[in-house]
Ligand binder design. Structure first.
Ligand code: SAM
Length: 300
C-alpha cells in the first residue's frame, strides 16, 4: 500500500449516531480529535450542509494526507492539523478558538495504519515491530519488547492486554526469545508461551491481547485519553457535547468513570450505545465499538 493507491477502505463506525449526538447546531464549531481518514468529518460536513467549522487533529501525518484528499470539497470549513489530541487546548489557542460545541473521539487504529506497509500493527503479516501511531515519535514496539524488564512486560500484558492468566508466561517467553524484531517473531514468542488449547480455542487470535497491550504502551494511549478528557470542559460551550467511541474495556471504563464522577457534565447515554447487528455484519471492526455521550452543563 502506498498512500496514492490506498482508497477509502476505513469504514467509519456509528456515523449517524455520532452526528445525532454531536451536532447541536449546524453552524457550530466541532473538533474531531481522531480525524483518521476523515470519514466522520465528511459526514458531519454533509449533515451540516457545510455550515459547521471543523477542526480535525491526528498524530499520524500519513493518515492526514488521506483525509485531506477525502475532504477536498470541504476544506473551506475544515482545518486538519497534525497534533496529539491531548494538546487540543494548544491547537485551539493557536487557531484563536476559545470554545467549541463538541468533541468527537473515535479511538483505536485506522484501517490505513493496519494495512499500510511497515507500520507493524498487525499480527497477520510479517513486518518490523513498530506500532507507532505517530511515525515520528521515538519509542517503537521493538524497543519495548527488547528492552523492558520482564516484570514490566508482565504488568503491561496483564493490565493493558487483560491477559490475566498468561501474562507471566508470555513476558518470560518474550525475554527468552529476544531479540524480537518483527511482528511474526512476537507472535511466535506468544505462541510458545501458551498451551495449545489457548492457541486453537480462543475466539480471538491468540496474539490479539498482547499486541493490544504493547500498542497501548507504545502510544501511551490511556494516559493521553485521560489528559484529553480533563481538558474538554475548559474548551466547551455550555451544552456542548463529548462523543466518544472506544474499542476495548479499558478505554470504555476510563470514559465511563470520568463522566460519572464529574458534575460539570450530564450523561446523555447511561449505557453505551452499540452498533446495530446490520452494522456489525457489514463492518466486523465495529463489533467491539461502544459509544458514550456527555453534555457539558457548566461549572457553576
Ligand atoms: N474517525 C476516523 C474516520 O472516520 O476515518 C477514524 C479514526 S481512527 C479509528 C483513530 C485515529 O486516531 C488514528 O488515525 C490515530 O492516528 C489517531 N490517534 C491515536 N492517538 C492519537 C492522539 N494521541 N492524538 C491524535 N490522534 C490520535
Amino acid at each position: 500500500y502506498n498512500i496514492r493507491e490506498y482508497q477509502d477502505s476505513h469504514i467509519s463506525v456509528l456515523v449517524d449516531e455520532c452526528i445525532h449526538y454531536l451536532v447541536t447546531k449546524k453552524d457550530g464549531i466541532y473538533v474531531d480529535c481522531t480525524a483518521g481518514e476523515g470519514g466522520h468529518i465528511k459526514a458531519i460536513c454533509e449533515f451540516c450542509e457545510d455550515q459547521a467549522q471543523i477542526v480535525g487533529v491526528d498524530i499520524d501525518h500519513e493518515v492526514l494526507q488521506i483525509s485531506e484528499q477525502k475532504l477536498k470539497d470541504h476544506l473551506k470549513n475544515v482545518k486538519l492539523i497534525k497534533a496529539p489530541y491531548q494538546n487540543i487546548d494548544i491547537v485551539l489557542a493557536g487557531l484563536g478558538i476559545e470554545r467549541v460545541d463538541g468533541f468527537l473521539m473515535d479511538l483505536g487504529v485506522s484501517t490505513f495504519q493496519l494495512k499500510a506497509e511497515d507500520r507493524g500493527f498487525s499480527f497477520s503479516k510479517d513486518e518490523p515491530l513498530d506500532m507507532r501511531m505517530d511515525p515520528e515519535s521515538e519509542v517503537t514496539a521493538a524497543d519495548i519488547v527488547n528492552n523492558y524488564p520482564e516484570e514490566k512486560l508482565r504488568q503491561i500484558i496483564f493490565e493493558y492486554g487483560e491477559e490475566k492468566r498468561f501474562a507471566h508466561k508470555i513476558a518470560k517467553s518474550i525475554v527468552r526469545n529476544r531479540p524480537i524484531n518483527t511482528t511474526f517473531e512476537l507472535v511466535n514468542a506468544i505462541r510458545k508461551a501458551l498451551p495449545s488449547s489457548e492457541v486453537y480455542k480462543r475466539k480471538i487470535h491468540f496474539a490479539t491481547k498482547t499486541f493490544q497491550a504493547i500498542r497501548i504502551e507504545v502510544n501511551n494511549e490511556l494516559k493521553n485519553l485521560e489528559e484529553a478528557l480533563s481538558k474538554f470542559e475548559k474548551l466547551l460551550n455550555k451544552n456542548g457535547r463529548v462523543v466518544i467511541i472506544t474499542f476495548h474495556s479499558l478505554e470504555d471504563r476510563i470514559v465511563k468513570n470520568f463522566f460519572k464522577n464529574n458534575d460539570h457534565y450530564k450523561l446523555i447515554t447511561t449505557k453505551p450505545l452499540l452498533p446495530s447487528e446490520q452494522e456489525q455484519n457489514k463492518n466486523p471492526r465495529s463489533r467491539s465499538a461502544k459509544l458514550r455521550v456527555a453534555e457539558f452543563i457548566g461549572t457553576d
